[in-house]
Design a protein around this ligand. Structure first.
Ligand SMILES: [Zn+2]
Length: 455
């Protein structure tokens, strides 16, 4: 089962403790009216219920601690002496280990980690909510549905990518995209927002419509959605990089809509929000694009933070599934990191490459979009890469940005580093200190209602 009875006892004791102390990392920012405030013998105020009505789990895919550190300096205002706090600094409560089932060693992939976070059980790399024997595991979303709550996902990858898939479906392999999309029909999820249009055939879309889903394909159509259920597929595969459209904040837009729609259920909801593409940028060792994706995710976290602050009965838990790329903030024996270089980069290196390859005067376009002028030697290296095509040219551009900003990487894959846990709202204290990724899921399971919520 999901948790042992001893675990439940520990949780109920912790819940008791958390009801005696200020709940949530941001509780001191919550204004407590004299009527709401209880006071213990220690004069510690308590805020709101100890069990949340709603749970929002937010996953920064690949967002190891170096990403949130880099993001702090990336967002720093150089005009002021102090280094400003980010939303991550504000909400930090603990750490989590991420290792998969022993059959897959110590370094997890997104599927095994999402399975751990959605079911509380470790499995093999590639598993979508199935155990090491490939048997389906009950997910947080399934339990929430069975209890009468609403459920939803809002992600920047295709909606049937590993992380959302492990919350909504069961499959022996994350690669079975078509099967996973098909399986979403039976999840009864109320809100499904992200990319992945190409995996949803017209026939499948008809089946969704027959089940009462409103299918939309433009982000602007979100405004016309007033009730669940909705299936919004805004790109063929993943959504465009945030760096190429800095003002759009697509993930925030989707997250806000998901909150609006799901909160129509007075019994509560469970929502998964994923900053999916932080990981993709990390795999490409692309620091400028990674910071753009961090910006997308941070803005979405702020939307949820605001909701938590207003609703007072919503728990938000933010974490990463693993660390990607072995990002290093400073490299090559130099005590320097230069985020100002990244602010000048006008487009993702893959877009710069496409545009520069198509242009006659590729050097000017490259320098303009990079925000700095490469040296003679660097131009020669870029020219060689340009002759080899788009991807080699994009790689050369990323390397140049790494040199200018003094950014380091140790891998094109994942690393086994622990990740951070951020939380606010009722029950947030449960997530403090060190834990394992399955503990995060088990704590969330324990916070769901204990019996079916009837209308
Ligand atoms: Zn990855």
């Amino acid at each position: 089962m999901h948790f042992l009875s001893t675990y439940q006892r520990i949780i109920s004791r912790l819940l008791l403790v958390s009801s005696l102390v200020v709940t949530g990392a941001m509780a001191d920012e919550v204004v407590i009216s004299p009527i709401e405030a209880n006071t213990t013998s220690n004069n510690v105020p308590t805020v709101g219920p100890s069990r949340p009505t709603n749970i929002v789990i937010m996953i920064g895919d690949g967002m190891g601690p170096a990403y949130t550190t880099a993001y702090r300096y990336y967002k720093d205002n150089p005009e002021t002496e102090e280094i400003e706090q980010t939303v991550f600094d504000r909400l930090l409560v603990g750490m989590a280990s991420t290792y998969p089932a022993s059959v897959s060693g110590y370094v997890t992939d997104s599927a095994a980690s999402a399975t751990a976070l959605s079911t509380g059980v470790k499995s093999y790399n590639g598993a979508i909510a199935v155990d090491t024997e490939k048997r389906p595991l009950t997910t947080l979303m399934e339990r929430a549905k069975a209890l009468g709550l609403s459920t939803g996902v809002a992600v920047t990858s295709q909606v049937n990518h590993a992380t959302p898939a492990a919350f909504l479906a069961h499959n022996e392999s994350r690669s079975n995209y078509i099967d996973i999309a098909q399986a979403y029909l039976t999840t009864d999820a109320d809100v499904i927002l992200g990319g992945g249009q190409q995996y949803f055939t017209p026939t499948l879309l008809e089946q969704f419509t027959a089940k009462g889903y409103q299918h939309i394909s433009e982000l602007s159509q979100l405004d016309s959605v007033h009730h669940p259920k909705v299936l919004g597929l805004f790109a063929d595969v993943q959504l465009p990089w945030g760096i190429n459209d800095k003002k759009a904040h697509k993930l925030s837009h989707m997250t806000q809509k998901a909150l609006d729609l799901l909160s129509q259920n007075k019994h509560g909801f469970v929502l998964l929000v994923e900053g999916s593409l932080i990981d993709w940028a990390g795999h490409s060792n692309d620091i400028a694009t990674a910071m753009g994706e961090m910006d997308e995710f941070a803005a979405a976290i702020e939307v949820v933070e605001q909701f938590v602050r207003q609703s007072k009965d919503t728990l938000m838990v933010v974490t990463a599934d693993h660390n990607t790329g072995g990002l290093s903030v400073g490299a090559h024996d130099k005590y320097e990191w230069h985020p100002e270089v990244l602010h000048k980069v006008q487009a993702s290196p893959d877009v710069i490459a496409t545009r520069a390859i198509a242009a006659e005067d590729w050097q000017t376009i490259t320098a303009t979009l990079l925000g700095f002028t490469p040296s003679e030697v660097e131009y020669t290296q870029l020219q060689t890469a340009r002759m080899q095509g788009n991807e080699p040219f994009a790689i050369a551009l990323r390397k140049l940005i790494d040199i200018q900003s003094n950014t380091g990487w140790t891998s094109g894959g994942h690393t086994a580093m622990d990740v951070q846990v951020f939380a606010a709202g009722p029950g947030a204290r449960l997530f403090s200190g060190h834990q394992d990724n399955v503990d995060i899921a088990n704590k969330m399971f324990s916070l769901l209602p204990q019996s079916v919520q009837t209308p």
